[in-house]
Design a protein around this ligand. Structure first.
Ligand SMILES: Cc1cc2nc3c(=O)[nH]c(=O)nc-3n(C[C@H](O)[C@H](O)[C@H](O)COP(=O)(O)OP(=O)(O)OC[C@H]3O[C@@H](n4cnc5c(N)ncnc54)[C@H](O)[C@@H]3O)c2cc1C
Length: 200
């Protein structure tokens, strides 16, 4: 983390490749077409040992994906005949790496309620959609609140940012016991093989 919203993450990925996530405020779309500017901004964030390799490899053939990071939500997750789940209902940022889990849990809960209704010969209508939303909204709201707080911390100047994350780390370590409390109830699909019983 480099302060004022600049974050770079480096991760080994398939076929011995390196995945680089570079995040900064503003519109980064133009960087994809402006290699010198991309190098100027990205390379100083690369750990020294890695930099020569990236410097050599980063060119117009480098695969890139441009993603906007936003945290937004729908006021209501359904309209007649249509239910929104996952990012469609509550767009998640990368912070904490929870967006995928949340989307999966939304779909488990939706499947549970939809199949309950279908098997009971009841209509799949606003009443069913509302049950799904009511069950899932609290976790989505809570995680989005955390992501928004982390975003504010990441936007701070470098020194403040590091101080805040150091304090947060200490607080989390001290409150580890509290964090091991009941937390979020486990979500399992009721129709099908429970996730815990899937082969490793
Ligand atoms: C930069 C970034 C990094 C992130 N990193 C992480 C992370 O490390 N861990 C984590 O848990 N979360 C992460 N998130 C959040 C996570 O990506 C989302 O919360 C998650 O992908 C939501 O899943 P989803 O299935 O709801 O939506 P999506 O993953 O967006 O899936 C929707 C799919 O629908 C497809 N689609 C759209 N329109 C149509 C159409 N008309 N017809 C057919 N298909 C269509 C799209 O192509 C897409 O494949 C990150 C988010 C961003 C922006």
């Amino acid at each position: 983390m480099f302060g004022k919203g600049v974050v770079a993450v480096f991760h080994p990925t398939t076929r011995s490749r390196l995945q680089v996530a570079y995040s900064a405020p503003g519109d980064l779309g133009s960087l994809r077409k402006d290699l010198p500017e991309l190098r100027r901004r990205l390379l100083p964030t690369v750990p020294a040992r890695l930099r020569p390799y990236l410097e050599k490899k980063l060119d117009e053939h480098t695969e890139t994906q441009f993603l906007r990071v936003v945290v937004t939500r729908m006021e209501r997750w359904h309209v007649p005949g249509l239910l929104f789940l996952g990012d469609a209902a509550h767009t998640m940022s990368p912070s904490g790496g929870q967006g995928l889990n949340l989307a999966l849990r939304d779909s488990f809960v939706a499947a549970n309620h939809l199949l309950d209704a279908l098997r009971a010969g009841q209509p799949v209508d606003a009443r069913v959609f509302e049950k799904i939303e009511q069950e899932r909204r609290p976790e989505a709201d809570a995680l989005q609140a955390v992501q928004t707080r982390v975003h504010r911390m990441v936007m701070a100047p470098l020194l403040v940012e590091h101080l805040m994350f150091t304090v947060l780390g200490l607080v989390l370590r001290l409150s580890k016991k509290a964090a091991q409390g009941p937390g979020v109830a486990a979500v399992e699909p009721r129709y099908g093989v429970p996730v815990s019983q899937l082969p490793a």
